[in-house]
Design a protein around this ligand. Structure first.
Ligand SMILES: NC(=O)c1ccc[n+]([C@@H]2O[C@H](COP(=O)([O-])OP(=O)(O)OC[C@H]3O[C@@H](n4cnc5c(N)ncnc54)[C@H](O)[C@@H]3O)[C@@H](O)[C@H]2O)c1
Ligand SMILES: Nc1nccc2c1ncn2C[C@@H](O)[C@@H](O)C(=O)O
Length: 486
C-alpha cells in the first residue's frame, strides 16, 4: 500500500500504537538523547538495517531512532509471540502517515505467527528495494538471538556446495523449525544459487542484542565462519546488567500475573539458572513472597544465590515441591518430560530464556494419552494420563514477552542506546573491524549510564584531579579497568 511493503495484523491499531510510542519516548531518554546528538549528522544515512528483534512499543522507538539518524529499516520480530500488534501497525504507518497511506517502515510481524510464517517474515527482511524498485540486500543486521544472522550464514553455506541437506523425517533430533529453515533455503537455492552470497557480501556487520545470540556469534567466530564483523551489545554493562536483570524483575511477574493471576506469595518457585536473568527472576519472585529455590551448574553463581538467601538444589530433587518453575539458562533440555511427570498438580511452567528448547515441549506432546486444553492465548493446560495437569506459558517460549509486554521502556532505553551506538560504530567504521566479535568501549557504556542516571535525578560526584590520579583513572572516566565486574 502506498508503495510500502508490510505484513502486520491490523493497521487500524496504528493510532493506539502511536499513543503508546509517544508515552514510551518520554521513558527512553537514551534514544531521545541520541536523536538530538545526531539529528544533523545523520550518521546512518545510507544504512539499510535488517532488524530481527521483538516488535514491541520499545522497539518501535528504537526503529524510529534509527530512521531519524538516516537509516532505511526493515523489521521482523525474533519470536512468534512477542509482537505487540499496535506497535507493529504504528511503525508501518509512521508518525506522519495514515492507515490508508502508510509512511513508516516495512514490518513483517504479528502476534501468534506460525513457524512457517515466522521464517517467511525473516526471508522478507532481506528484500530492500532501491529507488527503482529493484531488490537490494541490507548492509547492516540488527539481531536478537541470531536467527537473521543464521539464515544468511546457512544460505551461504549451502550455496557453496549447491546442496541443501535433506533430513530423515523420523529423526526426532531435528526440530520442525530446522526443517522449515532447510525448506526456505532449498527454495531460494533453486531460484537463485547466489542470493545469500550476494546478500552477505553487502553486509558491513551485525549488532547482537542477547546472550544466546552472542553465544552463536562466538561459535561462528571460533570456527572462522563469521561472514562479517559483529558487535556484542549484550555484554555492554548497561545492557546485560540492566535489561537482563532489572527488566526481567519487572516483566516476569507481569507475565505470570497476566497469564495465570495465581498468588505468588507463599508458593515455592524454582528458578533454573542464576545468571543475569536468573538473578532478576529470583529477586522478583522473592519480592512477591515466594520461597525461591535456584538450580545452577556454576559454583560462583550458585554461591551468589546462597548468599542472597536462596536454597540451591538440583532440579530433579525439588521440582516435585514447585508451584512455579521458570527456566533462565540459555541452555537446552532443562525441564525434561521425566521432570514434568514429577510436578505438582496445576503447577506453572514458564521459560524466559531466548529459545523454547529449555523445556522439552516436543517430548511433552509425544507422551501417550497426553491432552492439551487452551485456556487463553499463550496459556495451555496439559493433562497427563494420570489426571494431573500442568500450566505451560507461551508454549515454552519467553513468556515475559508472550504473556505480557516484555521489559519496560526505561530499561530498554539502556539496551537500545547501546544498539544505536553499535550500529553507528559498525556502519561508519566497518573497515576498522575484522570478521570477529567486539564489544563497545567502556567510555560509551558510561555515556549510556550517565544519560539514565540524570534522567532519574541522580547526582554524580566529581573526582578531583588528585583523587583521579590516586585511583589511576581519568576525571571523566572510564572509571573502571576492563576486567572489573559490576
Ligand atoms: N526474556 C527476556 O526478556 C530475556 C532478556 C535477556 C536475556 N534473555 C535470554 O535469557 C537467557 C539467559 O540470559 P543471561 O544473560 O542470564 O545468561 P547468563 O549466562 O548470565 O545466565 C545463564 C545461567 O544459566 C546457568 N546454566 C546453564 N546451564 C544450566 C543448567 N543446565 N542448569 C542450571 N543452570 C544452568 C549458567 O551457569 C548461567 O549462570 C539467554 O537465552 C538470553 O538470551 C531473555
Ligand atoms: N519490551 C521489549 N522490547 C524489545 C525486546 C525486549 C523487551 N523486553 C525484553 N526484551 C528482550 C530483550 O531483553 C533482549 O535484549 C534480550 O536480551 O532478549
Amino acid at each position: 500500500r502506498n508503495g510500502l511493503e508490510f505484513a502486520v495484523a491490523d493497521l487500524g491499531l496504528a493510532d493506539f500504537g502511536r499513543k503508546e510510542i509517544r508515552l514510551a519516548e518520554h521513558e527512553m531518554p537514551g534514544l531521545m538523547a541520541l536523536r538530538r546528538e545526531y539529528a544533523e549528522a545523520r550518521p546512518l544515512h545510507g544504512a539499510r538495517i535488517a532488524g530481527s528483534l521483538h516488535m514491541t512499543v520499545q522497539t518501535a522507538v528504537l526503529i524510529e531512532t534509527l530512521t531519524a539518524l538516516g537509516a532505511d529499516v526493515r523489521w521482523v520480530s525474533c519470536n512468534i509471540f512477542s509482537t505487540q500488534d499496535h506497535a507493529a501497525a504504528a511503525t508501518v504507518v509512521g508518525p506522519t502517515g495514515t492507515p490508508e497511506a502508510p509512511a513508516g517502515v516495512p514490518v513483517f510481524a504479528w502476534k501468534g505467527e506460525t513457524l512457517e510464517e515466522y521464517w517467511w517474515c525473516t526471508e522478507q527482511l532481506f528484500a530492500f528495494r532501491d529507488e527503482n524498485g529493484a531488490v537490494v540486500g541490507p548492509n547492516m543486521i540488527l539481531d536478537d538471538g541470531g536467527d537473521a544472522t543464521l539464515l544468511v550464514h546457512k544460505g551461504v553455506e549451502f550455496e557453496k556446495t549447491g546442496v541443501v541437506p535433506t533430513v530423515d523425517d523420523e529423526d526426532l533430533t531435528v526440530s520442525d523449525e530446522y526443517r522449515i529453515i532447510l525448506d526456505t533455503l532449498r527454495r531460494s537455492l533453486a531460484a537463485d544459487g547466489q542470493y545469500w552470497t550476494r546478500v552477505a557480501s553487502d553486509i558491513r556487520g551485525v549488532t547482537e542484542e542477547t546472550t544466546t545470540g552472542v553465544h552463536r556469534l562466538y561459535q561462528l567466530a571460533e570456527q572462522e565462519l563469521l561472514l562479517f564483523p559483529a558487535i556484542n551489545v549484550n555484554d555492554s554493562v548497561t545492557k546485560s546488567k540492566f535489561d537482563n536483570k532489572y527488566g526481567i524483575r519487572h516483566s516476569l511477574i507481569d507475565g505470570l500475573n497476566r497469564g495465570t493471576d495465581v498468588l505468588i506469595g507463599g508458593k515455592v518457585a524454582v528458578v533454573a539458572g542464576y545468571g543475569d536473568v536468573g538473578k532478576g527472576s529470583a529477586e522478583a519472585l522473592a519480592g512477591q513472597g515466594a520461597r525461591v529455590i535456584v538450580s545452577e551448574v556454576d559454583p560462583i553463581c550458585a554461591l551468589q544465590a546462597l548468599l542472597e538467601g536462596y536454597q540451591v538444589a538440583r532440579l530433579e530433587d525439588v521440582i516435585g515441591q514447585a508451584d512455579i518453575v521458570i527456566t533462565t539458562t540459555g541452555n537446552k533440555d532443562i525441564v525434561t518430560v521425566d521432570l514434568m511427570k514429577k510436578m505438582k498438580h496445576q503447577a506453572i511452567l514458564g521459560n524466559v530464556g531466548h529459545f523454547d528448547n529449555e523445556i522439552d515441549m516436543a517430548g511433552l506432546a509425544r507422551i501417550p494419552g497426553i491432552k492439551k486444553i487452551n485456556i487463553k492465548p499463550q496459556v495451555d493446560e496439559w493433562i497427563f494420563p494420570d489426571g494431573r495437569t500442568m500450566i505451560v506459558l507461551s508454549e515454552g517460549r519467553l513468556m515475559n514477552l508472550g504473556n505480557a509486554t516484555g521489559h519496560p521502556s526505561f530499561v530498554m532505553s539502556n539496551s537500545f542506546a547501546n544498539q544505536t551506538i553499535a550500529q553507528i560504530e559498525l556502519f561508519t567504521k566497518h573497515e576498522e573491524y575484522e570478521k570477529d566479535v567486539y564489544r563497545l568501549p567502556k567510555i560509551l557504556d558510561e555515556k549510556v549510564a550517565r544519560i539514565h542516571v540524570q534522567a532519574l535525578g541522580g547526582e554524580l560526584t566529581k573526582l578531583s584531579k588528585d583523587q583521579a590520579e590516586y585511583i589511576g583513572v581519568d576525571v571523566e572516566g572510564p572509571f573502571k579497568p576492563e576486567h572489573y565486574r559490576y
